[in-house]
Design a protein around this ligand. Structure first.
Ligand SMILES: [Zn+2]
Length: 437
């Protein structure tokens, strides 16, 4: 099965140019000049750019166990519609959590046959399971997620400093990766409680110092163990000097941020609109601008969704209470247009957006066949119209709530190919292991 797609603009690892991408059996076999194509080649419209499929290394699918929140079929259909051809599933809020080899097998079994894009898995590091980590690593998880404070679900407890160091020491033995939700409970416990519908009160209940303190703990433990770690969903611009200094001194730590931290600002969040609740919270515009600057400077490595939906009732629309509502933002389908809309407004090019949302997450997750258009890589391709505007309507994930609803964004995903086949929502996806196919 061969597919050739050509475009006047193709985003390649070494820049953007007119080219034809030749594929066979789902793999890129050649990148040639625009005119060097066989009969039957697909030619993109003049307003379309050919991109590599995005890799979203931060998705909470929640199946099995909380499938009413989200499931593999709906999450991966939303991904395909948004130009994301690979997701990496988080080890919580499914039940069981992916903290044992047995739970990993259960999750793979339930995902098999119903995924519309390729899916890889994170394992979980929780108190007492250090002995499980190597087995899950050998079974192909891309790394391990931990929390440094209460996760919100009882089956996924946090690591204290001793547990954090034990997990990192174990992972260092096989060069495994630990990714951490970095907020500190002591700082949050000392902050005011969230109070009802007030967004300002919710924001005050999770101050930036909670991120800085937790990142400090993670950096120290990473340095002392020689392991590799990664900060998920960074929202705090004031933590950037800490990360920069750690990296400059040789600590192997990376960081991601999310489209919602790059799009929204606390000043604009309406009181009572709990679709915007996530942890750490959406902070003031100054933090948002610091995160954009850090991405362009290379101090933040990637942008991934942290897609974390729930049922509508759990967002407590009856009372609009930020203390009571589930924290999590849904909307992986709009990652590309949301990031592109913000990038374009700041004079940042599409090549950088693609690096943050495709190549860098693929590298983090050790998925070497993903994230770029190049010979030998999977033929995961997206036809993207970067100048077309649209208003966010019903998205494909299971429960429609999203803070992006009704927002005008720029950039439309017109077609997505997964390993050379049109990703139309049917179950073409594979379950991936760390490393690749
Ligand atoms: Zn998450």
């Amino acid at each position: 099965m061969s597919l050739v797609v050509r475009a006047r603009r193709v985003v390649l690892p070494d820049g953007e140019r007119a080219a034809a991408v030749h594929t066979d059996g789902g793999v890129v076999t050649a990148v040639t000049g625009f005119d060097d194509v066989p009969a039957g080649a697909v030619t993109l419209a003049d307003d379309e750019v050919l991109l590599p499929g995005l890799v979203d290394s931060h998705v909470h699918v929640n199946e099995p166990g909380r499938t009413e929140w989200e499931g593999f079929a709906t999450a991966t259909r939303a991904a395909a519609a948004g130009g994301i051809t690979t997701i990496v599933d988080m080890p919580l809020n499914s039940v069981p959590a992916t903290t044992t080899l047995e739970a990993l097998r259960a999750k793979r079994a339930v995902a098999a046959g119903q995924v519309a894009v390729d899916v890889a898995f994170w394992g979980g590091a929780v108190p007492g399971n250090a002995g499980e980590l190597r087995g899950m690593h050998e079974a192909g998880v891309v790394g391990f997620k931990c929390f440094l404070l209460d996760s919100g679900v009882p089956e996924f407890p946090p690591l204290d400093d001793a547990g954090l160091r034990a997990a990192l020491a174990e992972l260092a033995a096989f060069d495994g990766l630990l990714i951490a939700h970095a907020e500190d409970a002591t700082v949050i416990d000392a902050a005011p409680e969230p109070a009802g519908a007030s967004y300002a009160a919710f924001l005050a209940s999770r101050p930036p110092a909670a991120e800085e303190t937790a990142i400090g703990r993670l950096v120290a433990a990473t340095r002392d163990t020689g392991a590799r770690s990664h900060v998920v969903h960074l929202a705090d611009g004031d933590a950037l000097p800490l990360l920069r200094a750690a990296r400059a001194s040789g600590v192997r730590v990376t960081a991601e941020t999310c489209p919602h931290y790059l799009t929204f600002a606390a000043e604009d969040v309406p009181d009572g609109d709990t679709a915007y609740k996530c942890c750490p919270p959406i902070r003031e515009a100054a933090h948002r601008e610091a995160l954009w600057a850090a991405l362009t400077a290379g101090d933040v490595d990637l942008v991934v969704s942290d897609h974390s939906p729930c049922t509508p009732e759990l967002k407590r629309p009856d009372v609009g209470d930020f203390g009571l509502a589930w924290g999590g933002i849904a909307g992986l389908q709009v990652t590309l247009p949301a990031v592109w809309t913000g990038a374009r407004a700041r004079g940042i090019g599409l090549a950088e957006v693609v690096r943050w949302t495709a190549a860098a997450p693929a590298r983090l997750a050790g998925l070497r066949d993903k994230g770029v258009i190049a010979v030998g890589k999977d033929a995961d391709l997206v036809a993207f119209a970067p100048d077309e505007r649209f208003t966010v309507g019903r998205l494909e994930h299971r429960n429609p709530g999203t803070p992006y609803a009704g927002r005008e964004l720029t950039g439309v995903v017109r077609r997505t190919w997964l390993r050379g086949r049109e990703a139309d929502g049917s179950p073409l996806g594979r379950l991936l292991r760390r490393g690749g196919r």
